[in-house]
Design a protein around this ligand. Structure first.
Ligand code: PMV
Length: 350
């Protein structure tokens, strides 16, 4: 197929890719974005990044010519990060030798919501730029396309690898899961009805950018006194959680999910250069949630990202009760809430 002709036809592509929340946390990496342990996440629905990529005439001799706009404004910091990602992986994007690239991206979640946007952003970027490569080679989008997009998204941001698939997603090798890989994520197929309609209320305790980036956090797991035990624990928990997701045991789900959140933060608090990302509001929400669960017996639990915001997870069947509890009891502890839920994965827009 003639490349110029194909590119003339397909010079603009657009994708939307959701964010995800890890249940088993990825914290620590080596080599080229290889995780030190496997992780499992839940793909979200409303919190997503939309990316539109256009090929334009190349006007420089740079190996990659990129202009990156976030919400209509040129974003030079992210542009540098994406340019580096494209240069490092130029083999997958051969058309960038001949064409310049303009990317416009928007997030569906509010500014400074404290939600990690790199997972949804790199997911959407990988999908859009890979579609251009497929178009260039005359290939159609199939299952392998998503696997390769996950491989590429991982190289931009580790957790992005998991955003390429719907529902619960595993990234990292695990003996109980055929096809599992450190190089890309895979969807987890057998999910009990108890976990098929998950809700995630994201309570934004702090909306300022975090003081310690996740790349610094990952690096602090090198030579961390508890690193070995932590990686073994997470890998073992991945196997247990896969069984739990299959047999529908909410009590075990809660125990693993909350301990993972606290263990992630414990790693931060016990690294050589220790730091603390939880805020008073984070702890207030957690304690009130424990009391609510104890008294109501509703299967509801929390998890945390690398930040102070609390993700409250519960089945859709208890939406009314849990959301009433949040609005009546927790509003003093958070600035805003985003009511999200389990999602169906990325969407091709053009
Ligand atoms: O994808 P990164 O490098 O931003 O790391 C994300 C790490 C956590 O969000 C804290 C955990 C996870 O598994 O998503």
């Amino acid at each position: 197929m003639n490349i110029e002709k194909t590119l003339e036809k397909k010079v603009k592509v657009a994708w939307s890719c959701p964010s995800n929340i890890a249940i088993i946390k990825y914290w620590g990496k080596h080599a080229k974005q290889i995780p030190c342990n496997a992780s499992i996440s839940l793909t979200l629905s409303n919190s997503s990044t939309r990316v539109e990529a256009d090929l334009v005439e190349k006007t420089t001799t740079d190996s990659v010519q990129l202009a990156y706009y976030f919400e209509e404004k040129r974003n030079l910091d992210f542009e540098r990060r994406v340019t580096q990602f494209l240069e490092d992986n130029i083999l997958y994007f051969p058309y960038l030798t001949d064409y310049g690239l303009v990317i416009h991206s928007i997030n569906t979640f509010p500014h400074s919501a404290g939600i990690a946007s790199s997972a949804s952003a790199f997911g959407a970027i990988a999908l859009a730029l890979l579609e251009l490569s497929y178009s260039h080679r005359g290939q159609i989008i199939d299952g392998e396309f998503y696997e390769l997009a996950s491989y590429l998204a991982r190289l931009g941001s580790g957790s992005a690898s998991r955003s390429l698939f719907p529902g619960f997603v595993l990234w990292g090798e695990n003996e109980n899961k055929r096809n599992s890989s450190n190089l890309h994520a895979v969807p987890i197929a057998s999910i009990h009805p108890n976990f098929q309609a998950m809700k995630d209320a994201i309570l934004i305790v702090e909306d300022q950018p975090k003081k310690v980036s996740s790349s610094v956090g990952h690096a602090l797991m090198n030579n961390h006194p508890f690193a070995k035990q932590r990686f073994q624990q997470a890998d073992a928990r991945v196997s247990v959680l896969m069984d739990v997701l299959k047999n529908g045991d909410w009590d075990k789900f809660i125990a693993i999910c909350e301990s993972e959140a606290l263990t992630l933060h414990a790693m931060m608090m016990t690294s050589k250069e220790y730091y603390l990302l939880m805020k008073p509001g984070t702890l207030q929400i957690i304690e009130k949630l424990f009391a609510f669960r104890e008294q109501s017996k509703i299967p509801v639990c929390f998890t945390l990202d690398a930040g102070p915001n609390v993700h409250v997870l519960y089945p859709a069947s208890y939406q009314v009760e849990v959301e009433r509890f949040i609005k009546e009891n927790l509003t003093d502890s958070y600035k805003k809430a985003i009511f999200d839920m389990q999602g169906n994965g990325p969407q091709k827009l053009l």
